[in-house]
Design a protein around this ligand. Structure first.
Ligand code: F6P
Length: 344
């Protein structure tokens, strides 16, 4: 919503006529297209969700003709696509067919918007920060509820195969263990983790918070991990588990997300102006990098992602996994284990 509002207002400011497509490509094909005036997007910046609607399906080749016709009939000169992995894939695939569908030969700019933070060309996507805030809010409450008893709590965070939300919420909420798809684990890892947990509870620990990325580990999923821990707890602690669930998707966008959306859209509008001025029509993704806001050729997407697990090949935040073992386990040791007499 924040990105759509920013696009409408910044576009109008540039002298563009802005149209809203309701319901993604299906909406485009069925004519759900409406000119949006400045006041039409009043209030959109501060509400969660998407007034324009979202739809996940990637258009099928058989639909390309209808999409091309709709672009022409609506006299659409450029597309700003606000979306996640499927939106990026859709544009990428459509642009490979411009020789057969010349209507696709217009500037198309993708803006990264997904709580999963799994999009190429951007360190962060719109929505990931709001979802992280929600996840940490929930984990803090779980922590409070569980702190009175000797308990291990295993929580699933969203993100599909991308561990961003799990790791970051784990760090922010002080998790002791995090299981991510990016770092495969096996039964031996679970065995050594549960042993460490037993030792720690024996020494007085009251709570162990464990984060699991919803699609990590295949059959070694949240329920399996919780069962192993419960079975092997030897009476030292009890185990509960739950998925943080759809609360991660909801709520008002965080200030960071609102600002990120506005910055990304500004870059997209600049890019469109340049492409119009130079009579170009290059498909691009815009994104946040260490240098600021940058763009990359969308046709290079395949070289930047692992299509099996639908996430970038390089993820800047992965090395932070070390923080879990260093900070949490050190804290665990320092707080719980009595110092040997010789050190006193
Ligand atoms: O891709 C975004 C996402 O929130 C994932 O993190 C999650 O697994 C999925 O969507 C949930 O989908 P749905 O809302 O359709 O259950």
């Amino acid at each position: 919503n924040t990105a759509a509002r920013a696009a409408v207002r910044q576009g109008i400011d540039r002298g563009f006529e802005m149209l809203g497509i309701y319901g993604s490509f299906e909406g485009l094909m069925s004519g759900k297209v409406k000119q949006l005036a400045w006041e039409d997007v009043e209030g959109w910046g501060f509400d969660g969700g998407a007034e324009l609607g979202t739809l996940r399906p990637i258009p099928r080749v058989e639909e390309y003709y209808a999409i091309g016709r709709a672009l022409e009939e609506q006299r659409i000169d450029a597309l700003i696509v606000i979306g996640g992995y499927n939106a990026y894939l859709s544009i990428n695939q459509m642009r490979q067919e411009t020789s057969r569908y010349p209507a696709f030969n217009i500037p198309m700019i993708c803006i990264p918007a997904s709580i999963d933070n799994n999009l190429p060309g951007s360190e962060l996507s719109i929505g990931a920060d709001s979802a992280l805030n929600n996840a940490v809010w929930a984990l803090d409450r779980i922590r409070e509820s569980a702190a009175a008893s000797r308990r291990c709590f295993v929580a699933d965070a969203m993100g599909r195969h991308c561990g961003y939300l799990s790791l970051m919420s784990g760090i922010a909420a002080g998790a002791e263990l995090v299981y991510l798809d990016e770092f495969p684990y096996d039964l031996q890892d679970l065995a050594s983790d549960v042993k460490m947990m037993r030792d720690s509870f024996r020494d007085g620990r009251r709570l162990c918070l464990v984060l699991h990325n919803e699609e990590a580990g295949g059959r070694y999923d949240r329920e399996f991990i919780a069962s192993v821990f419960a079975q092997e707890s030897q009476g030292m602690f009890d185990v509960r588990h739950s998925a943080l669930g759809h609360l991660q998707q909801g709520g008002e966008p965080s200030p960071f997300d609102r600002i990120l959306a506005t910055r990304l859209v500004r870059a997209a509008i600049e890019e469109l102006s340049e492409q119009f001025a130079q009579n170009r029509s290059e498909p691009l993704g815009v994104g946040l990098s260490a240098e600021g806001i940058e763009s990359f050729p969308l046709l290079q997407m395949q070289q930047k992602v692992d299509p099996q697990v639908r996430r970038p090949l390089s993820q800047w935040w992965l090395p932070l996994i070390d923080i879990i073992s260093v900070v949490s386990r050190d804290e665990w040791d320092i707080e719980v284990r009595p110092l040997p007499i010789t050190d006193l």
